[in-house]
Write a protein that binds this ligand. Structure first.
Ligand SMILES: [Mg+2]
Length: 423
C-alpha cells in the first residue's frame, strides 16, 4: 500500500500560547532561525515520500494560505484548505473530504514526533480504519493516556483520570481510511469524539515509538523546541554507493528489471531510517556519458528502488548521480574531472548543501577505492563493503561512528520547567 498523502491540522487557535498566537497560527511560529514549525513538518513528510500535502487551516488561515498554497517543497505539492468556520478537527477533515485519498496520513501541525513515517504507513491496520502513533512517557499525569492491548487500543483515559506514572500518550500522527468520515457527524474533535467511538468498536490500532516527541503548544515547550531543534534537525548522513553496494553490479546496470538487491540491502536502508539518518545514494553513471542509456533511465531505476524500499517501510532521502566521464562519447557529458565524479566529492558536498547534514556520525559505504577517496575528500569516514549482508556492514558503521547525542533523544517533556528565554 503506497500512502502518498499527508494532511496536517493547522487550524488550532493556540490559546495556550497566549499573545504569541494572537497574530500567528501556531504552526507558523519559528522553531529555528530559518524554519517554521510547519516547514519542518512538511519537509519531513516530503522526504518520506509523501508527495501530496494538504494543510487544513482555520484560525488565521489566510496566513497559511499565503505562505504555502501551491508551493512545491522537495517534490511535494501543497494545498491549503480553509474551513469557513471553526468546526473542530473532525469538521476540518470533513470539509476536505473530497480531497482525501482512500488512505492518508493525518498529523497535528503543532507537535513533532520524529518517527519513520514510511514504516508507520506501510500497511493498513489489520482491522479497522485507523492507526495511532503512540509515545511512551515516564509520567502521563499531564496528558490523557492511551491503553493498548497487543496492537489494539482499548481506551482513552482523560487527563483527570490518568494516574501518575509511565504510560502511553497519543503522538498526534494517524494513518486513516477515508471511511472514518462516516463517523464524523459534524463539528467535533477527531481525538476526543471520533477515535473513542471507533475504539469502542475495536477499530483502532496503536503503534508505540520511543522517538523524540514534543508538543509545542505551551510557551515552555515552544522554548524547549527552539533550544533543542537546531541540533536535532541536523542529522547524520549515510552516503551509499549504488552499483555493487545496494544492487548487484552487472556492469552498466540501468533497466529497472535488472535491479537485484544485494543481501539485506533494503533492510540496511531501513535500519538507517530508523536510526534517524539521512540516506543518500551517490553513484557514478558513466553509462550515460558512453551513450549506453539516458539520465531518464537512471531516474527510472531509482524510482524502482524507491518503490521496492517503500514496500518494507524504508526510503532514500535523495539520489545523486554523476553522468560525466573524461572519455564520454556523448559530448555534453565529457569532462576531464567533473567535481561530481567520484573520487571527487561533489555529490556529497551537494547533499550537504541541500540538506541539514551533521558531519558527526556521517559515513559512506562503497565497494571501490574511488568511493572511499570521495568520502575522505569530503571529510567523513568511508567503509568498504566486501559483500555479504549489507545490514551487517551498516550496523558496524553505526556502531563505529555513532556520536554521543548532543540532546538526550528519548523526549524529555519538561512541562514543569519554567519558560526559558528563546534564542
Ligand atoms: Mg560501486
Amino acid at each position: 500500500m503506497a500512502v502518498r498523502q499527508a494532511v496536517f491540522l493547522v487550524g488550532g487557535k493556540g490559546t495556550r500560547l497566549g499573545a504569541l498566537t494572537a497574530t500567528t497560527p501556531k504552526p507558523l511560529l519559528p522553531i529555528a532561525p530559518d524554519m517554521l514549525v510547519l516547514d519542518l513538518l512538511i519537509e519531513n513528510a516530503a522526504r518520506h515520500g509523501f508527495t501530496d500535502i494538504v494543510l487544513l487551516a482555520g484560525h488565521l488561515g489566510d496566513r497559511v494560505e499565503l505562505l504555502y498554497h501551491g508551493r512545491r517543497i522537495r517534490g511535494a505539492t501543497i494545498r491549503v484548505v480553509r474551513e469557513p468556520e471553526p468546526a473542530g478537527t473532525g469538521g476540518a477533515l470533513r470539509h476536505a473530504a473530497e480531497l482525501l485519498d482512500p488512505w492518508f496520513l493525518l498529523a497535528n501541525g503543532d507537535s513533532w514526533f520524529d518517527i519513520n513515517l514510511c514504516a508507520f504507513a506501510v500497511a493498513p491496520p489489520r482491522n479497522g480504519l485507523a492507526r495511532i502513533a503512540l509515545r511512551r512517557i515516564d509520567d502521563c499525569a499531564r496528558y490523557g493516556s492511551v491503553e493498548l492491548h497487543g496492537k489494539r487500543i482499548t481506551a482513552f483515559v482523560e487527563k483527570k483520570a490518568t494516574a501518575a506514572g509511565p504510560g502511553l500518550i497519543n503522538g498526534g500522527i494517524y494513518l486513516l481510511n477515508r471511511a472514518v468520515l462516516d463517523h464524523v457527524p459534524g463539528p467535533c474533535s477527531i481525538e476526543r469524539d471520533v477515535f473513542p467511538a471507533l475504539v469502542r468498536r475495536g477499530g483502532v490500532e496503536g503503534q508505540v515509538f520511543d522517538n523524540y516527541f514534543l508538543d509545542i503548544g505551551l510557551p515552555e515547550t515552544l522554548a524547549q523546541g527552539r533550544r533543542e531543534f537546531p541540533a536535532l534537525l541536523a542529522r547524520p548522513a549515510a552516503f551509499l554507493d549504488r552499483d555493487g553496494v545496494l544492487n548487484i553490479d552487472r556492469g552498466y546496470t540501468y533497466r529497472p528489471e535488472q535491479l537485484y538487491w544485494t543481501e539485506d540491502a533494503r533492510e540496511a536502508v531501513l535500519a538507517l531510517n530508523e536510526a534517524g539518518y539521512l540516506v543518500f545514494v551517490v553513484t557514478n553513471q558513466a553509462g550515460v556519458a558512453h551513450g549506453f542509456y539516458h539520465e531518464a533511465d537512471v531516474h527510472a531505476f531509482h524510482a524502482r528502488m524507491q518503490a521496492e524500499l517503500a514496500d518494507i517501510g524504508a526510503h532514500v532521502d535523495a539520489f545523486y548521480h554523476c553522468p560525466f566521464h573524461p572519455d564520454a562519447t556523448v559530448r555534453r557529458y565529457r569532462h576531464p574531472s567533473h567535481p561530481d565524479r567520484k573520487p571527487n566529492p561533489g555529490m556529497l558536498l551537494k547533499a550537504r548543501r541541500e540538506w541539514r547534514v551533521s558531519d558527526r556520525g556521517s559515513f559512506l559505504i562503497g565497494d571501490r577505492e574511488s568511493d572511499i577517496e570521495a568520502a575522505i575528500r569530503a571529510g567523513i569516514p568511508g567503509l568498504r563493503y566486501e559483500g555479504g549482508s549489507l545490514l551487517a556492514t551498516v550496523r558496524q558503521a553505526l556502531a563505529a561512528v555513532r556520536p554521543a547525542p548532543s540532546v538526550p533523544p528519548p523526549a524529555p517533556i519538561l512541562l514543569d520547567t519554567p519558560a526559558m528565554q528563546a534564542g
